[in-house]
Design a binder for this molecule. Structure first.
Ligand code: ATP
Ligand code: MG
Length: 407
């Protein structure tokens, strides 16, 4: 019988409400393994033990488990009776599949009723593997780390621990709305906030028909990738062409990007309210571009009705790119598109604009009506329950949403 042994760490530091985090973690496990029939999920110490179905390939189990925020590390293990001969047999099978490797045995006796201590189990099983397979022991840097955990009812033997996603279970910290451009930064920002327990919806502003659907298509794909970390997700596609036309007609070039940003904040705040999200998330990083100077971040934020979380604020571009590559969003982000914010803007936008100047520029616009129309004409793309494993259709009909209703 194969089991997923998932170990959590940060959750363990929680006090009385630890059970709430563990419940969320269990729910998320089921969501992320959707499509496969997991057995009951049991908890023991800072571990979750889940029976895996036979039709779940090991590589898929590893890949999915690695996406579950809240698990510090995990193993795909065999469950055996707590008895030395069973440990030896299971270890022999695992090591037999890896001819010629160096190895060590790491035992952990959580159930102190078991007669042998952890070092004794390690020595016994190690010596057995050497005698049967002639493998070399390497305690410091083995190619195979056979792991034996002796728990109350059964024991679990695996070919080692794999790194989990860490952090907190998605949903345990609340709900957010992430502003997802087609760029490199915003998917990384969203992913990092999911890792702190935020369940996210996404919004992408697009200027179709002023530009092609390329950025929209990218946002759909990016949201699908990110949905894998929380089981499902909702992407809102907010039309932005009308805002841009209005801004271009009335606002001096140097202020346009900032005004676009402020409109995004207003529309996103309203969408967040409809979706019951408590915060906005952006991929802004201090000083990265003109619209992300301290003054401009502050000017952008003043237009938001909710706190704006910027998890990349202190990250360098190369760190962000490295993370995007690991996440698999980089390849999608670098596909060519026509970003709505590059439309009709000068080479040198304002680095700092006074609030009076911005408010003056906005006074000539029908701000509330423009915001309301974008919200009303928002399209909704739902990712899941297939976890965004499949590409999703893009051209969905617009959903008309009178304000006051939930989206
Ligand atoms: P990114 O790689 O995320 O596009 P960037 O460095 O290009 O970041 P900007 O274009 O200045 O940065 O955008 C800053 C942030 O504003 C983005 O990270 C994103 O959160 C939000 N944003 C920008 N354009 C859009 C858009 N079209 N739709 C949704 N959010 C957007
Ligand atoms: Mg961008």
């Amino acid at each position: 019988m194969r089991y997923l042994v998932g170990r959590y760490h940060e959750i363990n530091l929680k006090g009385n409400n630890r059970w709430r985090f563990v419940q969320q973690l269990k729910r998320n496990l089921r969501l992320i393994f959707a499509g496969y029939r997991l057995g009951p999920i049991r908890g023991e110490g800072a571990r979750l033990l889940v029976e895996l179905p036979d039709d779940l390939p090991e590589a898929a189990a590893v890949e999915r488990a690695a996406r579950v925020f809240g698990l510090q590390n995990f193993s795909i293990a065999r469950r055996v009776a707590s008895d030395l001969d069973h440990f030896k047999q299971a270890a022999l099978e695992l090591a037999g599949a890896r001819p010629g490797v160096t190895f060590r045995v790491a035992a952990r006796r959580s159930d102190k009723r078991f007669a042998l201590t952890s070092p004794e189990i390690e020595r016994e099983v190690g010596a057995f593997i050497v005698s049967r397979l002639g493998l070399k022991v390497d305690l410091a840097n083995p190619e195979l780390a056979l792991t034996i955990e002796v728990l109350a009812a059964h024991s679990y033997v695996s070919a080692g621990k794999l790194s989990g996603a860490g952090g907190l279970p998605v949903g345990a910290s609340g709900r957010g709305l992430a502003l997802l451009s087609g760029g490199i930064d915003s998917p990384v920002a969203a992913w990092r906030m999911m890792g702190r327990g935020l369940a996210l919806d996404f919004v992408h502003f697009h200027s179709h028909p002023l530009v092609s659907t390329a950025s929209r298509d990218k946002a759909v794909e990016l949201a699908a990738r990110l949905a894998r970390y929380q089981g499902s997700a909702t992407l809102l596609l907010a039309p932005f062409a009308e805002v841009q036309r209005a801004v271009v007609a009335r606002v001096p070039r140097a202020l346009r990007v900032l005004l676009y940003r402020r409109f995004m904040m207003r529309i996103a705040s309203e969408l967040a309210r409809l979706r019951r999200a408590q915060v906005l998330v952006t991929g802004e990083s201090l000083g990265q571009v003109a619209s992300q100077t301290l003054d401009n971040l502050a000017a952008t934020e003043r237009a938001a009705a909710l706190p704006v979380l910027r998890p990349l604020l202190a990250m360098d571009k190369n760190e962000i790119v490295a993370q995007a590559r690991k996440l698999g969003t980089f390849e999608i982000s670098i596909l060519p598109d026509e970003d709505c914010c590059t439309l009709f803007v000068p080479a040198h936008p304002a680095l700092a604009a006074a609030e009076t100047e911005l408010a003056g520029a906005e006074a000539g616009l029908e701000v509330a009506a423009l915001v309301a129309r974008s919200v009303e004409r928002c399209e909704k793309v739902r990712q899941g329950p297939a976890l965004g494993e499949r590409p999703l259709p893009c051209a969905l009909p617009a959903l008309s949403q009178p304000a006051g209703k939930t989206l």
